[in-house]
Design a protein around this ligand. Structure first.
Ligand code: ZN
Length: 250
């Protein structure tokens, strides 16, 4: 595959002091991680997403909800980071300031080596106490759900359920990063889900160059400074390769 990138984009990136990236489910899909809905096969197919991902559902049927997340964890464990994840991990060292914000819960960015990131919707592989909110690493996995070893409340996955708010600290930090960056990337996200969608808007208002990478056109395509239509796993590595000579001269 060959893509030629507009000179204005590569110039802007080569001069960028601060780059902020938002990734969405498209990046995970390229690794074969099924979306929430795509994971709803077999006995899970009959449920509305809200029936599997709210605190009310968990309180009503904790065992079923725990099992649903065990099933999704199993699917995530089968997935490996793709070229887009590795390219983003590389980008951390290419710019003076680099930040990664993801809507994905699968931990594939960390698996690829990304260090500094904000997980907007949590991490499905992490477990917290439903009462205390603290991360619990050792628990009796034979129970569904296991009890918290500290307070005996149920444990739950550390993900943001419908009706739950994104952590305010993470949100504030993400907005500040979008506001101060020179180049903002929206990658594999439909840019429709708030508050993530608002980040591109913040960056645009602050005068950043906004770059979209997505196989499909989205609501952002027309407004972004550059819309690169292709798979992130193909576009990003080529973009880095094109940029590297310019960046190493800095
Ligand atoms: Zn507890």
């Amino acid at each position: 595959m060959s893509i030629s990138f507009p000179a204005k984009l590569t110039e802007r990136l080569a001069a960028a002091e601060s780059v902020c990236v938002l990734t969405g489910s498209g990046v995970s899909a390229e690794s074969g991680v099924p979306t929430f809905r795509d994971a709803q096969t077999g006995l899970w197919a009959k449920f509305e997403p809200e029936a599997l991902a709210t605190m009310e559902a968990f309180q009503r049927n904790p065992s079923m909800i725990w099992d649903w997340y065990e099933w999704r964890r199993k699917l995530v464990r089968q997935a490996k980071p793709n070229a887009a994840h590795y390219a983003l991990a590389n980008m951390e060292s290419l710019f003076p300031r680099f930040s990664l914000i993801t809507q994905n819960v699968d931990g594939l960015h960390q698996a690829a080596g990304s260090q500094k990131m904000i997980e907007f919707h949590g991490n499905i592989m992490r477990t917290i106490c439903a009462d205390e909110g603290c991360v619990i690493e050792d628990y009796d996995a034979s129970q569904s759900p296991p009890p918290c070893p500290r307070c005996a409340a149920y444990l739950r996955p550390d993900v943001v359920w419908f009706g739950e708010a994104i952590d305010q600290g993470s949100l504030d930090k993400a907005i500040a990063l979008a506001d101060e960056c020179d180049v903002f990337f929206a990658i594999g996200t439909s840019a429709q889900v708030q508050p993530a969608a608002g980040l591109a808007e913040v960056a645009m208002q602050a005068g950043a160059c906004v770059v979209e990478i997505n196989p499909q056109r989205t609501v952002l395509s027309k407004r972004a400074n550059f819309a690169l239509h292709g798979a992130a796993g193909e576009v990003l590595p080529l973009l880095i390769e094109t940029l590297t000579p310019a960046l190493s001269r800095n």
